[in-house]
Design a protein around this ligand. Structure first.
Ligand code: FEO
Length: 174
């Protein structure tokens, strides 16, 4: 059973994950309109992953007998000057999400809520990967600078990214 405070904190995280999804959907639409189908694809998969993250939290709250309360999703940015700016926004945002996940871990420890602490472990690892992925693309884009062929090749590479169901949802579907 979740404390009221933990239930509210997990519901706030559901909203944060949907906001992340909304941000990446906005980036995906921006790049699709600009003709960068690879960048659009990468952010579209990011959009799907964030919805999956929200779903993991919602399923967990429900499995503990808690109530999921969906709050309005705040607006997001709609224009980026370059792919580099979008990935820099991505890294800055993922660092904020990492801090939110760590705050939840601290709360779970304070409350001796071992079930929630255990569920959060997957997210701690996931955030390391999220930040590393964004950093890697920032590094590539800084090397490419405004070289058109380099951007074309990276866009082509990112077109190949495919969505895979995150482990906690894959397991619960079995
Ligand atoms: Fe759900 Fe990108 O963190």
């Amino acid at each position: 059973m979740l404390s009221k405070k933990m239930e509210e904190a997990l519901n706030a995280q559901v909203n944060a994950e949907f906001w992340s999804a909304y941000l990446y959907l906005s980036m995906s639409n921006h790049f699709a309109a600009a003709g960068n189908q690879g960048f659009a694809n990468w952010f579209s998969i990011q959009f799907q992953e964030e919805q999956a993250h929200a779903t993991i939290f919602m399923k967990y709250v429900l499995s503990c007998g808690g109530k999921v309360t969906l709050a309005p999703i705040a607006g997001v940015k709609t224009e980026w000057k370059s792919p580099l700016e979008a990935f820099e926004d991505t890294l800055a945002h993922e660092r904020k999400v990492t801090a939110l996940i760590h705050d939840l871990c601290v709360l779970a420890d304070e409350e001796k809520d071992f079930g929630t602490a255990n569920m959060l472990k997957w997210f701690v690892d996931e955030q390391i990967e999220e930040e590393a992925n964004a950093q890697e693309l920032i590094d590539s884009l800084k090397m490419i600078k405004d070289n058109g062929f380099g951007l074309y090749m990276l866009d082509k590479e990112l077109k190949a990214r495919v969505y895979t169901t995150p482990a906690p949802l894959a397991t619960s579907a079995e």
